[in-house]
Design a protein around this ligand. Structure first.
Ligand code: LMR
Length: 397
């Protein structure tokens, strides 16, 4: 019956994570998957999250199904984080939000709903992007093309090429945008460039689908949501997927959200209905535990303040490690221009020149990076950063 099934080559990021796990060398360094490690090399359990877990664990309430859209408190807290507490859009009931299975679940549900109502639209993703964007959108039935984003020669964002491409797109084309901490390049648009994108979106009547998996790890929780706020201000419809995996260090609980900004409250209630139907068809309702932990942190003023300080500390540590990597590389390989690293932010750095050396980095030095040349800066610490710089320099010399 199943003899025609083809073999699955595996996911490039998740396969590397398994290879790293099974590597017996104690000095191995994981700069592959987007996981935040602390300076001790551990994936942290945030204090705010642990305290919220104690509260949730103490509850004697039975474990019942959540509604299709998830916990209402979670959705409200998510809206306020993504759109801003004082958002006029929220007051007017113009945002439909559901709790999702991480950011990937949000992208999947959003793609299904878009395919139903925009069957003739094409989807556009950045070149490069997180591999799963293409997979999820193609899986939902869209034809997907990449828009210019990163110039491998200058190793920087090529905003002019991106803007010129967007100008040529047909009405209702779905444009996937990373509001902050671009994955994989770490090369973000500044606010003036986002304003320009918003103008093009309005002029061309494009349909933005934002993927915000790292809010808080670029420049801060508020500033990283600049694009969300700019689209609302311009009164343009869009979808935004957000994830709590990294910023709560709660990867396995699969916590994310999907919001649709609509023209009015009536449209938002229909949008919510469509999101609920897509959820019902996919997995019925999201898991409750992680969601309750996240909402407990977000809604309790003391835990919220503690969590925000923990996000700040993660962001600052990543930034410090990027500077440290840059310093180390300049020291061991001064002939090479490493300054592009300083223009990047968030969890990743991107050095396409390292791409052909990925196997050598893994086999010879135990340094795991992604095949594109993406480096998870959040896997660096004060003990492994020098060795990493030496490994990078050795393969490039
Ligand atoms: C990554 O890009 O490494 C993360 O988003 C994890 C994943 O699911 O690929």
């Amino acid at each position: 019956m199943f003899s025609t099934l083809s073999a699955y080559a595996g996911d490039p990021i998740l396969s590397l994570q398994l290879a790293y796990r099974d590597d017996p060398r104690p000095e191995k360094i994981n700069l592959s998957i987007g996981l935040y490690y602390d300076d001790e090399g551990n994936i942290p359990r945030l204090e705010s999250v642990q305290r919220a877990q104690e509260i949730v664990n103490a509850s004697t309430a039975p474990s019942v199904y959540l509604p299709m859209s998830g916990s209402p408190a979670y959705c409200k807290a998510t809206q306020e984080l993504v759109f801003g507490k004082d958002s006029e859009a929220l007051r007017a009931g113009r945002v439909a939000t559901i709790q999702t299975l991480g950011g990937s679940g949000a992208l999947k549900v959003g793609s299904d709903v878009l395919k139903k109502f925009f069957p003739n639209s094409a989807a556009r993703i950045s070149n490069p992007t997180w591999d799963n964007h293409r997979a999820i959108l193609e899986g939902a039935g869209f034809s997907v093309e990449a828009y210019p984003y990163f110039d491998p020669v200058t190793q920087r964002l090529d905003f002019e090429a991106m803007a010129a491409y967007l100008e040529t797109q047909a009405e209702q084309t779905i444009i996937v945008l990373h509001p902050c901490c671009h994955n994989p390049t770490g090369a973000d648009l500044n606010s003036a460039q986002w304003d320009e994108v918003v103008r093009i979106v309005a002029r061309r009547k494009l349909l933005p689908f934002l993927d915000m998996a790292y809010q808080g790890l670029g420049e801060g929780l508020e500033r990283d949501a600049y694009l969300v706020r700019a689209l609302v201000k311009a009164d343009l419809p869009f979808l935004v997927a957000n994830s709590y995996s990294k910023i709560f260090s709660i990867y396995g609980e699969r916590c994310g959200g999907l919001s649709m900004f609509c023209a009015n409250a009536d449209e938002a209630s229909r949008a919510l209905g469509q999101l609920q139907q897509a959820v019902r068809r996919n997995y019925s309702s999201p898991p409750a535990y992680g969601g309750h932990v996240v909402e407990t942190v977000l809604l309790d003023p003391e835990l919220r303040a503690l969590w925000e300080s923990e996000v700040d500390a993660m962001r600052e540590r990543i930034h410090e490690m990027r500077l440290e990597l840059h310093r180390g590389l300049v020291r061991v390989h001064p002939a090479y221009d490493w300054d592009f690293l300083l223009a990047q932010r968030g969890m990743f750095s991107y050095a396409p020149a390292l791409a052909p050396h990925m196997q050598e980095l893994i086999e010879k030095y135990g340094v795991y990076i992604i095949e594109s040349g993406r480096i998870c800066v959040a896997g660096l610490n004060t003990r492994n950063v020098e060795r990493t710089a030496q490994a990078f320099a050795s393969v490039l010399k």
